[in-house]
Design a protein around this ligand. Structure first.
Ligand SMILES: NC(=O)C1=CN([C@@H]2O[C@H](COP(=O)(O)OP(=O)(O)OC[C@H]3O[C@@H](n4cnc5c(N)ncnc54)[C@H](OP(=O)(O)O)[C@@H]3O)[C@@H](O)[C@H]2O)C=CC1
Ligand SMILES: O=C(OP(=O)(O)O)[C@H](O)COP(=O)(O)O
Length: 705
């Protein structure tokens, strides 16, 4: 859990000289930033009700994701002192009863204690606090000793919190506390105190989105690896239904007493299907030394297999069941763990692209098929899971080594890329939510499913740390890239496009192929125009579509009315400055869809893929009012780099769109020029082309000609 409920202390940290001058709006803005960055990596956020209706603002602004718990403070920030023991008071006009009415899940009431005062110490044992004060005691041995003293820590479920100390202290204490039975931690300012000074907003958001979220994740790794889930104290076990006359709360006792002896850390035990803690262990578990994936959560809980974040982040390494401190700090490698569900046209390409990233790990792929398609995944060494448990037997009978179910795969990852057939994919939403996994859907699904439609170069920043997003369809991705190139520069007034779509994908043309005809779409506008508006709100765009008897990708014709005259030279310069757009020329023999695809094969691209939108340079035109573009969209490939960037955005791996795009492009070999130029870049009017409005130099008036 993450605590963002500080008031006076926060004002003092922002401006120690004049804390009273720190206005509420500044504090609220700062906390909104904290919440946006840290809530997605927390299970619950603790907010205060004071500053500008803080908690309410977080809910209303969407900074607090709906699937995160909300804890709201109830006590006043100042305490009455009674001979050395502070007594808690409620905020005037605020009460525990009012907390749930604002939609919160629980109220926080701080009860203070003071070592040496037996009444206070007794209270402390009831409500828990780490037995040593991190400001004065930072020796690991003495902290361990104090923590393991009889009655040092309480019998009720408890979590660790800390104050303004260097981050290394809670990093150490979380492990010790978890080994002594803590169920988690409340992350406080040690995790982000570097941002308390006079940081500008963007720098602060960047820091929080990278270092801040990384720290909370690292602590979660430790708590997940060594901690004790609170349900254990109630006698619950995942996958085991205990029936009886006695209700669970009676068994657990009024104060949350434990049911039966249960050894905990150093050998934290978690079983498959367990909620957050076990899942976290499995997610950070990595692979065994032989390279085989870790399938059972029980084995995944071995500390020796802790993820890179837990192992490296604080300069700790795992041996013989506990994390030990190394002499020097090391840097987190922080790979995001990814699953692909649906290993078809898009899924298999996403899997390959994820495997090519140095900041991602493909944990496994899932599907329902048993034929050659999934056997290639086996051949490539990807662990294969059954998307639907009932299909597992069939898959195994066909010789596919099934590593487990989709649910088991989800338990090991942070992000799932769903590439199942349209509508099938939408049905997986509940499973992803239940598993607490971030999800990426494809263009076959509706915008509303994820609530965010993604094209990296247009709106990467808005997807940062979100729980889900939809990578739009191939056609919409291409239209968005091209439209944004002009619209993003304030140059597009109106986009009109005609889409000639391929009949079917090559692998299934024996099933769905059409011959000797073309099929116009009767829905006008076709869905791609409105779809592009989900990516670029305010874009004036209409599309018409149809399908033809070929399977070599789509062909678009776009007419874009500009806000001022844009000639061909400027248009070309804009396109050359646009990521994932490349120019091709009929003059180079690239006269049709097939020749461009042949070039991709000649360039030895995997599967002959073209991730770029290929715009015909010699078909660019302008009449001073509109620019005209003809471009090819390789439907099987164009969305692949978008999925890779989307993983980085959702997981918060990289806050900067340009950095992520450049990284993805370098890993796949995406380019702006397929071939070195062998002749002048643009065919000028009169050079083999009929005169017209090719360039702005010869505007064509209506009726000319
Ligand atoms: N094809 C394209 O050009 C593009 C497609 N998209 C979008 O990508 C998504 C996937 O399309 P595409 O890759 O073409 O689809 P494919 O049909 O090629 O692949 C989907 C795979 O998922 C399998 N599958 C079926 N049911 C399930 C299930 N319940 N759980 C998991 N997997 C299942 C399919 O098996 P089976 O064959 O037995 O059904 C198949 O192997 C769609 O939203 C589509 O609109 C986006 C851009 C381009
Ligand atoms: O899914 C796709 O093709 P399909 O719906 O013909 O299988 C491509 O992404 C094209 O999508 P669109 O034509 O809905 O933009």
């Amino acid at each position: 859990m993450t605590a963002l409920d500080h008031r006076g202390s926060r004002q003092r940290m922002i401006d120690s000289q004049h804390p009273e001058a720190v206005v509420a709006a500044r504090l609220t803005g700062y906390k909104l930033d904290l919440n946006r960055a840290l809530a997605p990596v927390s299970s619950t956020v603790l907010l205060d009700p004071v500053y500008g209706d803080r908690a309410a603002q977080d809910i209303a602004s969407g900074a607090l994701p709906r699937d995160k718990g909300l804890l709201v403070g109830a006590q006043a920030t100042k305490y009455n002192d009674d001979h050395g023991t502070r007594h808690t008071e409620f905020l005037p006009g605020w009460s525990v009863q009012r907390v749930p009415r604002m939609g919160a899940d629980a109220a926080k009431l701080l009860v203070s204690s003071r070592p040496g005062r037996e009444d206070a110490a007794a209270l402390q044992r009831e409500v828990a606090e780490f037995p040593t004060d991190p400001r004065f005691e930072q020796d690991e041995g003495r902290m361990r000793e104090a923590s393991s003293a009889p009655h040092a820590l309480p019998s009720a479920p408890w979590i660790l919190l800390w104050g303004g100390v260097p981050f290394e202290v809670p990093a150490c204490q979380v492990q010790i506390a978890a080994q002594d039975g803590a169920s988690g931690f409340l992350a406080r300012r040690a995790a982000w105190q570097e941002t308390m000074g006079a940081w500008d907003g963007r720098a602060r958001q960047h820091w929080l989105g990278t270092v801040g979220t990384g720290r909370v994740r690292q602590l979660a790794d430790l708590a997940g690896a060594f901690g004790r889930p609170s349900w254990r104290r109630w006698g619950a076990e995942p996958g085991r239904h205990v029936s009886g006359d006695e209700p669970w709360y009676a068994r657990s006792g009024a104060k949350g007493a434990e049911v039966g002896p249960e050894p905990v850390a150093p050998h934290a035990r978690h079983t498959s299907g367990a909620p957050a803690a076990a899942r976290q262990v499995a997610r950070t578990s990595g692979r065994t030394q032989t390279g085989n994936p870790v399938f059972s959560a029980a084995s995944a809980a071995r500390p020796g297999q802790l993820g890179p974040a837990a192992q490296a982040g604080f300069g700790w390494h795992a041996t013989s069941g506990i994390l030990e401190r190394e002499d020097s700090m090391t840097v987190s490698t922080g790979k995001v763990r990814v699953a692909v569900n649906g290993y078809g046209v898009i899924g298999k390409r996403v899997a390959d692209a994820v495997s090519a990233q140095d900041d991602m790990e493909l944990v496994g792929v899932a599907d329902v098929v048993s034929d050659y398609r999934i056997r290639v995944a086996v051949e490539r060494g990807y662990p294969v899971y059954a998307s639907v448990p009932e299909r597992s037997g069939e898959m195994q009978a066909a010789g596919v080594p099934v590593a487990g179910t989709l649910q088991e795969l989800l338990a090991q990852v942070e992000v799932v890329v769903d590439c199942a057939p349209k509508k099938v994919a939408a049905a997986n939403q509940a499973a992803y939510r239940a598993a607490g996994v971030k999800a990426i859907w494809q263009g076959g699904e509706k915008h509303e499913l994820a609530g965010y439609s993604f094209v990296a170069q247009v709106n990467y920043a808005g997807a940062l740390n979100r729980d889900s997003a939809r990578v739009v369809s191939c056609n919409t991705t291409a239209l968005s890239r091209i439209s944004h190139a002009l619209h993003g520069r304030g140059l597009a007034r109106r986009v009109r496009a005609v889409l000639m779509r391929r009949a079917t994908d090559p692998w299934e043309s024996h099933r769905n192929g059409m011959i000797n005809t073309a099929i116009p779409e009767t829905k006008v506008p076709s869905h791609q125009g409105p779809d592009a508006q989900t990516v670029i709100p305010g874009l004036d765009i209409t599309t018409l579509a149809g399908a033809g008897p070929y399977n070599l990708s789509h062909l678009h014709f776009a007419m874009i009315e500009t806000t001022r005259p844009v000639d061909v030279d400027e248009l070309r310069a804009i396109l050359l400055d646009t990521p994932r757009v490349a120019l091709v020329r009929a003059a180079d023999g690239l006269e049709a869809l097939n020749s461009v695809m042949e070039l991709m094969r000649d360039l030895r691209r995997p599967r002959g893929d073209m991730w770029e939108v290929a715009v015909w340079e010699d078909a660019l035109a302008s009449d001073g009012r509109e620019v005209y573009l003809t471009f090819q969209v390789h439907n099987e490939a164009i969305v692949i780099p978008e999925n890779v960037d989307c993983i980085r955005a959702l997981s918060g791996l990289e806050p900067d769109a340009a950095v992520s795009i450049a990284k993805t492009d370098a890993s796949l070999g995406i380019t702006r020029h397929f071939l070195p130029s062998t002749r002048p870049p643009h065919v000028t009017p009169g050079e083999g082309t009929p005169a017209g409005f090719k360039g702005a130099e010869e505007p064509t008036a209506p009726g000319d000609g």
